[in-house]
Design a protein around this ligand. Structure first.
Ligand SMILES: Nc1ncnc2c1ncn2[C@@H]1O[C@H](COP(=O)(O)OP(=O)(O)OP(=O)(O)O)[C@@H](O)[C@H]1O
Ligand SMILES: [Mg+2]
Length: 325
């Protein structure tokens, strides 16, 4: 059963009196209790996609979609009151920018405890706050409880935010680059905690990351985005070991691998075009080493074989070509 279903979601921004698409008609779903990864280079629309699910897009963003449905609730039709109920209670988000969701004027422990009392009837909010603070790897939690956000390091603030997102054990946790700013041991601890949350309480997770290693460790399924499009989607092992799209192949080849002797064919040259420079056909055409005429004319549909989807006219030829090298 899908806990989240998104159909033809687009997000655009007005630039010089014209709207330009940053996310371009993407569809995906997340099954109950599963972890879905979203990868792609900076600017490909990962955060916007995540923010649209909780309706916290930047003010000028224009959202259109045929459906955003969470656990039977029509998100598109929900008003701000309804969304406030959902956020925290059922859907939590760990934001890429930790300061944006912490109140600078309230002690951090109190902020976590208030999240608890706002959504649950309990006399134990402070105790629950201290407990989750320990679980995200903070020491001396009694002291930290009484500090203000600016008194903490960036990594500690990030962990406070993670604690706040996890304390209510939401049905869906959206984690946008949750551990990028943290050092490796803390990162491992936090990832482990998210896995536990997922296993123990069945929390479904959308996990956004640049790091394919972390994605492999965490996710059941992965979406690869490029310029606001989903260009490939598959189960994690399938995607990593049987990638079809030249962009995914390039991303994987870009991971340093000391055992690989040959220089990769697939270093992705060039840069991602801006949203005002979107090509008419395939969004990856300007950087693809296998581009053909049809790629310049129309956008390839996301074609599925079983649960592996790829948006490329030439993926079968490309696979053959790679095998022959
Ligand atoms: N407030 C805004 N105004 C105008 N354009 C925006 C705004 N926010 C995002 N965009 C456009 O949308 C694109 C996608 O943004 P998004 O933040 O979703 O990227 P991302 O994949 O999360 O990148 P990163 O990995 O750097 O976090 C950006 O490249 C930018 O062109
Ligand atoms: Mg982002």
């Amino acid at each position: 059963m899908a806990i989240l279903s998104v159909k033809n979601l687009s997000i655009s921004f007005p630039i010089d009196k014209q709207y330009y698409q940053a996310v371009d008609r993407i569809s995906f779903s997340l099954s109950e209790g599963k972890i879905l990864g979203i990868v792609g280079e900076s600017g490909c629309g990962k955060s916007l996609t995540a923010l649209s699910i909780i309706k916290l897009l930047p003010p000028k963003a224009l959202l259109t979609a045929d459906q955003i449905c969470f656990n039977g609730t029509d998100i598109l039709a929900a008003d701000e009151h309804g969304m406030r109920e959902l956020r925290g209670n059922d859907i939590s988000m760990i934001f890429q920018e930790p300061m944006t969701s912490l109140n600078p004027l309230i002690k951090v422990g109190k902020q976590i405890a208030e999240t608890v009392t706002l959504h649950q009837k309990t006399n134990n909010a402070a105790k629950e706050a201290l407990e989750i603070m320990k679980q995200v790897g903070l020491n001396n939690v009694e002291d930290i409880y009484n500090q203000y956000p600016h008194q903490l390091s960036g990594g500690m603030r990030q962990r406070i935010m993670i604690a706040m997102a996890m304390v209510l054990k939401p049905r869906l946790l959206i984690a946008d680059e949750p551990t990028t700013a943290l050092d490796v041991t803390i990162q491992a601890q936090i990832l482990d905690l998210m896995k536990q949350l997922n296993r123990k309480f069945g929390t479904a997770i959308i996990f956004i990351s640049h790091d394919l290693g972390v994605i492999r460790q965490m996710c059941d399924e992965v979406i690869v985005m490029y310029m606001g499009n989903i260009i490939e989607v598959a189960g994690t092992e399938e995607l990593l070991f049987n990638p079809q799209h030249p962009y995914t192949i390039g991303l994987l080849a870009a991971i340093p691998n000391p055992s690989r002797k040959k220089k990769s064919l697939f270093t992705i040259a060039g840069r991602v075009p801006g949203i005002t420079e979107r090509p008419a056909g395939c969004s990856f055409a300007t950087r693809c080493g296998f581009v053909t005429e049809p790629c310049l004319r129309s956008k390839p549909p996301l074609v599925y074989q079983q649960s592996h989807g790829v948006s490329c006219f030439n993926y079968q030829d490309i696979k053959r070509e790679i095998k022959d090298v």
